[in-house]
Design a binder for this molecule. Structure first.
Ligand code: MGD
Ligand code: MGD
Ligand code: MO
Length: 761
């Protein structure tokens, strides 16, 4: 038997011989393990590892900030840590802690102790603080909105379980689809991928699925979904057309609206056009969404006929006015009146992440405490480029007017902004502003190549840890499989080295090493465990067993069952105690881009806009099937899925034909923000007017020294729009992007995304 270990894409066992990982295979319990495991062994030993601490020549010699394309100087650890500590101290003393940006957004690895971002932030908190990031790229708009309209995050964090849907649901109306591509993932991992089994069980019972998405394959064929291929970013109009039909045909639940919601009357007058002369009827929605009015009316009638679950994927709120998609989902479910009943109502993110709907007991929390940030300074997660380019400028966020601080130093650990952020050419411009950029990374990712100081971190297989998620029934002993490779160090050891130099090691490490920390985190979990999960064995037993499994609860979970049963005794934690279809708090902020009830507003870019004449294709840059974001792009299934080393881009056969594009052609996707090369794959699962280029390909501009040069490897974020969803959430809007595509007729140089920078001694 190999050693147990864990990843965001599932628990596994690994073997090693002579210091090399020889095998990574799923654990026996997992009914649908992720093929992504297949790349892990190669990744550990890959040529693109950062092999020793490296400092960019231009920064080392004359502190220039012209990041990109430079050579790096190899330095011994002691010297690298001295220089890093000195620079941190200089910036802190000269400009203050809030001039250090260490939001460091990113998924890192699954272990809860060596979680890279948490290690960095714990260190920074001991150092006096930093400027952080609030919310996350996944669901920023949702996280800002939901506390106002439902009082907390229940329909997002703990929606009705699959078990309840399997028991009672007749119809699942899935905005954004429900698939298993994205449920390969759960932050912290899973011991058993269960979504496929649930979807099969649910459809075997006779439950019908309607998949509302521009991409047919978002919902698997085995559930026989009906495909409603609407124009991207028009879901709010469709939801309004459905609500309008329900009310017009008196299929709505007026009593539910009166008892459990506030503001229904005012919203209905908007819906019926009493406030703006525009009824949001099925006919109106049909024009916007480009689907037949009858499809909308018939769907509304079916929704009222039986038990219906309305689900909306995370992706819908990663578009312009993304808040509205979640708000209108709740409102549509209120009109239908089935919230709190088994298998009915609404929920977010089924199919977006493994934990959504996964029936679990109350799991003991396991995480390294990061402490609190003494500066209190932060930006909304996706406003990073604005922070860098517009210091001193004011902006609105969730009812507050805030100001961007000045940034003199960036420290990133466990994330890849040149994967995750929008409009990368604009980010690159901002990235060259601060005095210094420090990055801890195992591999020469684009972000590491754009650092001044790159510190080589171990990969997860080079250390011991604990893998767990509050939405999974398993806890995994993640055992070290090989020694640290090359000259890599654990992030914890890197920060301890810095903490010693800065005189804060007592606070940072509290005198504990890796093993002492793992024992402490486990003991804390044990003492805080909910009695319903049963006994947790002592640490040594856990470590020997490798995997702890807890029982799923017997009763299916139904969100809001308690509220429905007793709205007075169990009110929602909103000011009205009810679902806020109209929300006074939000109305009070006076935002035109997010007024007091759900509204349809045209997205900044969409196929119904005038600009679609010039940019006639809506770009969907969804999550990649063969990797997690940019992780493992260079090995295993991700590498195998590339064509000639480039990412495939999918488009409908008709759109390909219009442009004389054939299967396998190198194509250029472009708009006013940038251009990228990919390989064309015509595919009838894609709606006309849409192109699909998943995220994750490492940023590989032809020329690193400038900005705006041709990206050669299929990174969609050179094209995406860098703006906030609205003044409320300021979330990222990567799914709101128009482009054009053409056959690339120039000689295309081979991409070289995994080439390490030139090193000198
Ligand atoms: N166009 C477009 N863009 C998007 C999205 C989209 O839908 N469309 N989705 C967005 C979403 S939802 C997300 S969550 C983000 C994800 O964006 P990120 O979370 O930034 O993406 P990852 O590739 O997971 O980056 C994690 C980085 O951590 C490094 N790493 C792993 N383990 C360790 C470790 O132990 N130590 C250190 N120091 N580093 C480690 C990895 O090598 C990798 O570079 O992308 C966002 N960007
Ligand atoms: N394999 C794999 N799984 C992952 C990840 C990964 O990187 N790889 N990342 C994880 C992370 S961090 C997150 S946040 C989740 C994200 O989960 P989601 O946000 O749900 O994921 P996406 O893949 O961006 O989008 C899902 C689908 O939404 C559809 N869609 C996009 N725009 C629209 C629209 O305007 N209207 C409608 N109706 N549909 C639209 C697209 O067709 C797309 O395929 O995935 C997680 N799962
Ligand atoms: Mo995400």
């Amino acid at each position: 038997m190999g050693k147990t270990h864990g990843s965001h894409w599932g628990a596994f066992e690994a073997d090693a011989r002579d210091g090399r990982v020889t095998s990574v295979r799923p654990i026996g319990n997992d009914p649908a393990p992720s093929p992504i495991l297949g790349g892990m062994a190669d990744a550990v030993h890959h040529e693109c590892r950062i092999k020793s601490p490296a400092i960019r020549e231009g920064w080392l010699r004359h502190r220039d900030t012209a990041r990109g394309g430079d050579r790096f100087v190899q330095v011994p650890w002691d010297e690298a840590l001295d220089i890093t500590a000195e620079e941190l101290q200089r910036v802190k003393d000269t400009y203050g802690n809030d001039s250090i940006f260490a939001g460091s957004y990113g998924w890192s690895s699954a272990g809860r102790f060596h979680h890279a971002k948490t290690q960095l932030q714990r260190f920074m908190n001991c150092f006096g603080g930093y400027t952080g990031q609030k919310h996350n790229y996944s669901i920023a708009a949702g996280l800002a909105l939901l506390p106002h309209i439902v009082g907390d995050l229940r329909p997002l964090r703990a929606p009705t379980s699959w078990a309840s849907i399997a028991e009672a649901t007749d119809l699942v109306v899935a905005f954004g689809g429900i698939g298993t591509r994205n449920t390969q993932m759960e932050p912290g991992g899973t011991g058993a991928h269960s979504t496929e089994n649930w979807l099969k069980t649910i459809s075997a019972r006779g439950t019908q699925f309607v998949s509302i998405t521009p991409i047919r394959s978002d919902t698997p064929d085995y559930v026989c979904p009906e495909w409603v291929a609407l124009r991207p970013n028009t879901d709010v109009a469709l939801m309004m057309g459905l609500a309008h039909t329900l009310v017009e045909e008196e299929l709505h639940d007026a009593e539910f609206l009166a008892t459990f919601t506030t503001g229904a009357d005012k919203f209905l007058s908007y819906l019926f056009g009493e406030t703006d002369d525009q009824p949001k009827s099925a006919a109106w929605a049909s024009e916007i969404c480009d689907i037949p009015g009858d499809t909308i009316r018939n769907l509304a009638r079916r929704m009222a006929r039986g038990r219906t679950m309305v689900t909306t994927s995370y992706s819908l709120q990663r578009g312009d006015h993304g808040e509205q998609t979640f708000w209108m989902t709740m409102t549509l479910a209120c009109v239908l009146g089935q919230i709190g009943l088994p298998g009915g109502g609404f929920g977010f993110g089924y199919g977006s992440m493994h934990g959504q709907g996964n029936p679990v007991p109350t799991m003991p929390p396991i995480s390294l405490p990061a402490g609190t940030n003494p500066t209190g300074s932060y930006i909304p997660v996706a406003r990073i480029t604005d922070l860098l380019l517009r210091p001193g400028e004011n902006y609105e966020f969730d009812g507050e007017q805030r100001t961007y601080p000045e940034t003199h130093l960036i420290y990133w650990c466990g994330g890849n902004p040149f994967h995750h952020h929008q409009d990368l050419n604009r980010l690159l411009e901002g990235w060259r502003k601060p005095d210094t950029v420090i990055v801890n990374e195992p591999w020469w990712t684009p972000t590491a190549k754009l650092a001044d100081i790159a510190l080589p971190a171990t990969t997860t297989l080079e250390r011991n840890d604990i893998g767990a998620s509050s939405r999974d029934r398993f806890i995994v002993a993640m055992k070290q499989v090989v020694p640290p490779q090359f000259d890599a160090r654990n992030d914890f050891d890197i920060f301890q080295g810095l903490a010693r130099r800065l005189g804060i090691d007592d606070a940072f490490s509290e005198g504990r090493d890796e093993e002492a920390w793992l024992r402490l985190l486990y003991a804390d979990a044990e003492s805080n465990a909910d009695p319903s999960v049963g006994e947790m064995p002592p640490f040594d037993d856990f470590w020997e067993r490798g995997l702890l499994e807890f029982e799923a609860p017997e009763r299916p979970h139904v969100v809001y069952a308690d509220f429905r049963a007793d709205p007075v005794g169990n009110p929602l934690p909103t000011p009205s105690g009810k679902f806020e279809i109209c929300c006074k708090e939000i109305e009070g902020f006076g935002y035109r881009d997010c007024p007091g009830h759900p509204v349809w507003q045209e997205p900044a870019e969409w196929l119904g806009a005038g600009t679609a004449k010039k940019w006639p294709l809506h770009l969907i840059s969804n999550q990649p099937k063969h990797k997690l974001h940019s992780q493992l792009d260079f090995v295993g299934p991700s590498l195998a899925a590339k064509v000639g080393g480039r990412e495939p881009v999918f488009l409908s056969p008709r759109e390909a034909e219009k442009r004389d594009i054939a299967q396998g052609d190198i194509v250029r996707l472009f708009n006013a923000r940038g251009a990228t090369l990919a390989v064309a794959v015509p595919n009838s699962d894609i709606r006309d007017g849409v192109v699909l280029l998943p995220t994750g390909a490492w940023f590989d501009p032809q020329d690193w020294s400038g900005s705006g040069s041709l990206e050669q490897h299929g990174n969609p974020n050179v094209l995406t729009l860098d703006r906030g969803t609205s003044s409320l959430g300021q979330g990222p809007i990567s799914h709101t992007t128009l482009v054009e595509i053409e056959k690339f007729t120039d000689e295309a140089a081979p991409p070289r995304p995994y080439l390490s920078p030139e090193m000198i001694d």
